[in-house]
Design a protein. Structure first.
Length: 202
């Protein structure tokens, strides 16, 4: 069994990766979270892009533990806000991880924006680091297009899911089943691109 560190304390991300691996039939990987390894200093997320932040987190995890490490950095890119909140998505309202305050601030900023200009995309960059050399690094990006709703809908998911309406559907991301979300979501798309490298690791 090969150990794979997921550089997150978010159990929902761990569960999501496990579902993606199971669906792809990949066995032989034991997933660990940051709670399962000795604590180490994590560099602040100062990258200008999702890819830079994901790769920095995965490098830190591998360097500190010697265990192959996967990390993601994800967020919401809103057309009318010049792609913001972007890498600042988790702390858009000033406090890291306050989902409800973040999305209400976003809705307030878009109050006067008409429907045709409410386009947005969830973006996820995933990085896998399996060794000390650049050749041991893989970074991928997934995007999920949609629009921003006028008010939150649904209780599933996390982050901005209640205010994100995926293209081609009538439900918010927070109203989708976990399986339906995996099949369409930005992180699901990024992880799907990472599957060849994860299969090789397993």
């Amino acid at each position: 069994m090969t150990r794979l560190l997921v550089a997150s304390r978010n159990n929902k991300k761990l569960t999501e990766l496990r579902r993606v691996l199971d669906t792809a039939g990949i066995v032989g990987l034991e997933l660990l979270s940051l709670a399962d390894v000795p604590e180490y200093p994590e560099a602040p997320e100062t990258g200008a892009t999702f890819e830079e932040n994901a790769l920095a987190k995965a490098r830190d995890g591998y360097a500190a533990t010697g265990i192959a490490c996967v990390a993601d950095d994800s967020g919401l890119s809103v057309d009318a806000l010049n792609s913001m909140p972007g890498v600042l998505s988790a702390r858009w309202a000033g406090v890291h991880g306050d989902d409800v305050t973040n999305y209400w601030l976003l809705l307030a900023q878009l109050t006067d924006v008409p429907e045709e200009r409410r386009g947005a995309a969830f973006v996820s960059a995933c990085a896998l680091v399996t060794g000390p050399d650049p050749a041991d690094e893989v970074t991928v990006r997934g995007e999920w297009r949609g629009t921003i709703a006028r008010e939150p809908r649904g209780t599933g998911g996390f982050g901005y899911d209640p205010v994100f309406l995926p293209d081609g559907g009538t439900c918010s991301a927070a109203e989708l089943s976990p399986e339906a979300k995996d099949a369409a979501s930005h992180r699901g798309r990024a992880l799907a691109l990472l599957l060849p490298a994860l299969r090789k690791l397993a």
